[in-house]
Design a protein around this ligand. Structure first.
Ligand code: NAD
Ligand code: ZN
Length: 360
């Protein structure tokens, strides 16, 4: 047995208002006055002086506002990298991603592609990246994905939605300021929060489970129940706890894997552009067979927060479209192996997946 040697985020700040320290954190990392810091920020903050006025831009530093309406694409990473290289006098001092999973992933990918030749889709997969990324910092503004701790950056490429999984992917620094999540709309809070919940359920019920993953997964699972079900928390407590649940949920899958909901949600997202959080909810709602207890609790959480999931998403799809979703879902072999076990191909057939997709 050979055990994996995973990197972790080496530096983290946690606390309400800790975003005020951003300039002090970055200053020692500036390599020269010609090597800018590039801030990739969700464009929901475009006219938000409360956040942006706290960033001191010096020399050639710049902010690039990016829409997270669609999930990050490999082509989008390539365009950003080209723009940054062309407009910077020297290799940038660092990339700082501020936003949800979309912006965090985009920032990780851009930091990697600045030092690795070729295009982003060349590196989708496991351990294909050769060179260390430039310094990169993650600052989540919505909690749940665990992208702040993970060793992957999930991108939609020409053929697949697949992560760039590598030892160079994790952030060098993460800043967790729960106050940044104060204006997240309720539905989005639920969908992204449920991403965390599903990470826990899939990790805790997977065949890859081990004590490392379990301790993180159980803590995160309990926090999710406190936040989404038991419910006597103040808004601030809830924001603080969800930020840490996300962190622990991400740590839990680092040393195990996700499962059925993620595999199938990747299919939905690849074909229809359904976003990750809501995609997981749409699939997970129909997975009693695989996760009976987890799905029952999910339905209670949904009811408690009056969340109505859209229906009929797959109603008008052609056989070809179902085949595309199924191909993407089945290509994620480690997820199925974790969920079902080594012999997963005996029970997980294209017909089986089509049956589930048809319910969505
Ligand atoms: P997101 O980043 O797409 O953001 C969702 C919405 O919330 C957007 O409209 C955004 O503008 C808005 N938003 C974010 N912060 C806000 C704030 N403070 N106030 C108001 N609005 C705010 O959503 P997400 O669910 O965090 O991320 C999904 C992405 O994360 C997907 O692309 C998915 O593939 C990826 N992901 C990555 C990992 C990983 O380990 N790398 C894990 C899970 C998911
Ligand atoms: Zn997820």
């Amino acid at each position: 047995m050979s055990y994996k040697n995973f990197p972790m985020v080496p530096r983290v700040i946690f606390g309400r208002g800790s975003f005020n320290q951003i300039n002090d954190v970055l200053a020692p990392k500036r390599s020269s006055i010609h090597a800018p810091f590039i801030f990739l920020i969700d464009d929901v903050f475009k006219n938000n002086a409360w956040l942006t006025s706290r960033i001191n831009l010096s020399y050639d530093d710049r902010i690039i506002f990016v829409s997270s309406k669609e999930e990050p694409k490999t082509t989008q990473v390539d365009e950003l990298v080209e723009d940054i290289i062309l407009k910077s006098k020297e290799r940038p001092s660092g990339i700082i991603g501020i936003g949800g999973g979309s912006l965090l992933d985009l920032s990780k990918a851009v930091a990697l592609l600045i030092t690795n030749e070729g295009e982003a889709h060349d590196y989708q997969g496991w351990d294909l990246v050769k060179n260390a990324a430039i310094y990169h910092v993650g600052i989540p503004t919505i909690s749940g994905t665990g992208a702040e701790v993970s060793r992957t950056t999930i991108l939609t490429g020409p053929k697949l939605k697949l992560g760039i999984n590598s030892d160079f992917t994790p952030f060098d620094q993460v800043l967790l300021d729960p106050e940044l999540a104060k204006d997240v709309p309720k539905d989005q809070w639920f969908y992204t929060g449920m991403d965390c919940y599903v990470h826990c359920v899939e990790s805790l019920n997977g065949t890859y489970l081990n004590e490392f993953s379990k301790t993180y997964g159980e803590k995160s699972f309990d926090l999710c129940k406190e936040i989404f079900l038991d419910g006597d928390l103040s808004e601030e407590e809830s924001q603080d706890k969800l930020m840490m649940a996300s962190w622990h949920g991400g740590m839990s899958i680092a040393y195990s894997q996700v499962g059925v909901a993620h595999a199938m949600s990747y299919g939905l997202s690849f074909l229809l552009g359904v976003k990750h959080g809501i995609g997981n909810c749409l699939v997970f709602d129909h997975l009693e067979e695989f996760y009976p207890e987890g799905v029952a609790i999910f339905k209670q959480m949904k009811a408690k927060h009056s969340i109505e999931l859209p229906t009929g998403i797959c109603a008008k799809l052609t056989d070809e479209q179902f085949d595309t979703m199924i191909r993407v879902a089945l290509s994620l072999e480690p997820l199925w192996e974790n969920a079902i076990g080594e012999n997963w191909k005996e029970t997980i057939t294209p017909e089986k997946l089509k049956g589930i997709y048809k319910k969505i």
